[in-house]
Design a protein around this ligand. Structure first.
Ligand SMILES: O=P(O)(O)OC[C@H]1O[C@@](CO)(OP(=O)(O)O)[C@@H](O)[C@@H]1O
Length: 456
């Protein structure tokens, strides 16, 4: 999807260059930047130097390391050639990518010397690509060790701790961090620091465009170099409008919806939550989410307007059948391009994504959050974590009376667990091309449409 509300000619073609020693969360940050930008409809592609290196070496890396003792030693001329060649190939591919795309490329490597960064900068500027450096600087050995352990689980490279320790030692010999050289004072960068004394700082330099500032602000909010965290999501309990097949409005919960509200604390307890955990609930400002949160034993329940349901404008309070009859063209237009279609006097999914940005920023910083919100809003949040393309996200089925446990991991995809309350509810899922919603009142039997089968 190319159109968006951020890019303009001035700030297109940015290359975010990761900087830092191995095992500092650079790949996590790269993936997050891609997730975020794609989510706000900005083209983004990652060029991972490790992948280019592996492509060149095939399976000989193990042997190479044993023979030459140290592939990552800067004095190993042969290896250095291969490593530089990986950057050459990545930059060539990036240039090709920019010929048919506008947006942001991410160069996920170490770029750990000043000379190397200068070479990158000059090469990119020749192609009219603006470099933005993002450095992850960390001297906290405990955090680094934890990160190595996580990495070992998923890395395509060698799977032992010593390999990474040796690799890091070789990089340290030549590492030159940002923000200390005169010739780098004009570079656009953020240097993120996590220090062993607990200090966490970010230094920002020479931000030149709105898009750059968005990217840098986003990475500053990231909880990188941290173990997995869990985010809980739920729709509100079945509402009176859901039963009447009406969309929007601000109705109360049905009897069954109230039963679900009463059951959430029990479902959480069964998942290991105890009241000491200090969980916070975020709801919308609408009655149905507030009623759903009313029995939670949490210290804090925070209503956000940004979590309110997609505004159906003129169609608010109508059934899909009524909309199809009264506004047939709009009804079809929405089915054809559900993400971008904006209700007359209301919103599109795209509008919802943009108003959710501050919520997602805050969510990146927080843990122990349960979000109780609405069908459309949850689809947008779920798409962010599961990297679902925006043209598909409005079609993800998010059933009522189901708690969603999202385990966000530093490497690899999120893990999703659906915890069903086993309290019957109507289905509010409207298939493309029809105006009827599923008739099945019990989601436990409604296996043809569930979040997992639809979206994964
Ligand atoms: O985008 P579609 O599929 O119409 O789903 C959004 C609709 O879901 C509903 C239920 O039909 O949300 P919710 O009850 O979760 O607040 C409507 O209010 C809303 O308009």
């Amino acid at each position: 999807m190319s159109s968006n509300n951020y890019t303009n000619k001035k700030n297109l073609n940015i290359c975010v260059i990761l900087v830092g020693l191995p095992c500092r969360g650079k790949t996590f940050i790269s993936n997050k930047i891609k997730t975020y930008l794609t989510w706000v409809m900005i083209n983004c592609k990652i060029f991972n130097i490790g992948d280019y290196r592996r492509k060149q070496l095939g399976n000989v890396l193990d042997e190479f390391i044993n023979v030459d003792s140290d592939f990552y030693n800067a004095e190993n001329v042969e290896a250095l050639k291969i490593r530089l060649n990986s950057y050459e190939q990545a930059l060539d591919d990036m240039t090709k990518w920019f010929q048919t795309n506008e947006g942001v490329a991410v160069l996920d490597g170490t770029s750990s010397t000043r000379e190397h960064r200068k070479w990158l900068l000059e090469r990119l500027r020749k192609q009219h690509i603006e470099p933005v450096f993002v450095e992850s600087y960390c001297d906290d050995q405990e955090l680094i060790n934890l990160n190595i352990q996580e990495l070992i689980k998923s890395s395509p490279d060698k799977k032992d701790f010593n390999f990474y320790e040796e690799k890091i030692k070789n990089y340290i010999k030549v590492y030159e961090s940002l923000n200390q050289f005169e010739d780098e004072k004009d570079y656009t960068f953020v240097k993120l620091m996590k220090m062993s004394n607990g200090l966490e700082q970010a230094v920002i330099n020479k931000v030149q465009s709105y898009l750059e500032s968005k990217i840098l602000f986003y990475v500053m909010n990231l909880n990188y170099l941290k173990p997995s965290k869990v985010i809980w999501l739920s729709r509100h309990g079945e509402s009176v409008y859901n039963v009447e097949k009406k969309i929007g409005g601000d109705s109360r919960l049905s009897e069954r919806g109230l039963l679900y509200a009463r059951k959430i604390p029990k479902l959480l307890k069964e998942q290991g939550f105890d009241e000491e955990n200090q969980m916070t609930a975020w709801t919308s400002t609408l009655v149905r989410t507030n009623e759903t949160a009313q029995y939670l034993p949490f210290q804090q329940v925070l209503p956000w307007r940004a979590l309110n349901e997609l505004d159906a404008g003129l169609c608010d309070g109508m059934t899909y059948e009524e909309i199809e009859e009264k506004y047939p063209e709009d009804f079809k237009e929405r089915d054809d391009n559900k993400f971008e279609y904006r209700y007359k006097g209301g919103e599109s999914y795209k509008d919802v994504v943009l108003r959710l940005e501050p919520v997602m920023m805050e969510l990146e910083r927080q843990s122990n959050i349960l979000i109780i919100t609405h069908q459309a809003v949850l689809r947008c949040i779920y798409a962010y974590f599961m990297n679902i393309p925006q043209d598909q996200s409005p079609w993800v089925a998010i059933p009522l009376h189901t708690l969603i446990k999202l385990e966000v991991r530093p490497y690899g995809a999120c893990k999703v667990t659906l915890i069903k309350a086993n309290i019957p509810a109507v289905s509010t899922y409207k298939e493309k091309g029809t105006s009827s919603v599923g008739e099945n009142s019990d989601i436990t039997n409604n296996s043809s449409r569930n979040l997992l089968t639809d979206s994964l």
